[in-house]
Design a protein. Structure first.
Length: 234
């Protein structure tokens, strides 16, 4: 598992949101939240599990919208940040954070309506185990994202200390098959990789994003996208 120890450090957890979601990173945060809300649909009263919830940006958002949500992560310091965030935004009583390993989920079969994980599968050396666990505890839906093999992310990956696991569409289809899940929707986005946007001030990032979405909406767009959001059903 890439980065499992990395996210256990207090200083990494404390700097996580600021490092990733300030400057051009705000655009990424907004797009990811849109992807989650679009895939899950109305969440009020739905039982939802977020795998590798980190500092809880989606957990808090879904709690605020009335979901019955549990956020699970292996890192105590990341969850601590999540608890502070939940208190700050007034949803601490509407969610549950739990420390646990996505490879051995502490829930019975069919415990949730939907299970999702964002920015997790790029850390996984053996993704089949995680997908099987997500499938096991879900009654209806599994949603996740991947970084794409044939994209600018491959170049960016070289500059990263841990690297990321990259996926082709065929690998994702095989992963879903292995867990007996059916793909019902996919969105492909971000021709410029996330790391590129994070380096840019907001105004410049917005201009690049306009170019990016313009190119993304051409027939070449899906093939060049560095991120895919996958929506699957049981
Ligand atoms: C890149 S962060 C993403 C956090 C959050 N999903 C987000 O998008 O902001 C990856 C997270 O995966 C968690 N993680 C890594 N291995 C895990 C495992 N085996 N089980 C549960 N969480 C894990 C890390 O602790 C970290 O919080």
């Amino acid at each position: 598992m890439k980065g499992q120890e990395w996210y256990q450090a207090d200083e990494v957890a404390e700097a996580y949101d600021e490092k990733r979601f300030s400057r051009g990173g705000r655009l990424i945060d907004g797009r990811e939240k849109e992807a989650v809300l679009h895939a899950l649909g109305p969440v009020e009263g739905r039982e939802i599990l977020e795998i590798a919830c980190g500092t809880g940006r989606f957990t808090a958002m879904l709690a605020d919208r009335g979901a019955d949500i549990v956020g699970l992560d292996i890192s105590g310091p990341m969850l601590q940040q999540g608890r502070e965030r939940a208190r700050e935004v007034g949803v601490a009583d509407n969610l549950e954070y739990m420390r646990g390993d996505a490879g051995r989920l502490p829930f019975p079969d069919d415990a949730f309506d939907a299970v999702f994980a964002i920015r997790f599968f790029h850390l996984a050396d053996a993704p089949e185990t995680f997908m099987a666990e997500m499938r096991r505890v879900s009654r209806e839906q599994v949603f996740f994202d991947t970084f794409n093999r044939f994209s600018a992310r491959s170049l960016y990956n070289w500059a990263l200390p841990m690297g990321s696991r990259l996926y082709s569409s065929g690998e994702v289809e095989a992963l879903l098959d292995s867990a007996d899940l059916e793909l019902v929707g996919a969105e492909h986005d971000w021709i410029g990789p996330y790391g590129f946007y994070r380096e840019l001030p907001n105004s410049l990032a917005s201009a690049f994003r306009t170019l990016d979405t313009g190119l993304g909406s051409t027939p070449l767009g899906p093939a060049l996208a560095s991120v895919s959001y996958w929506n699957a059903r049981l």
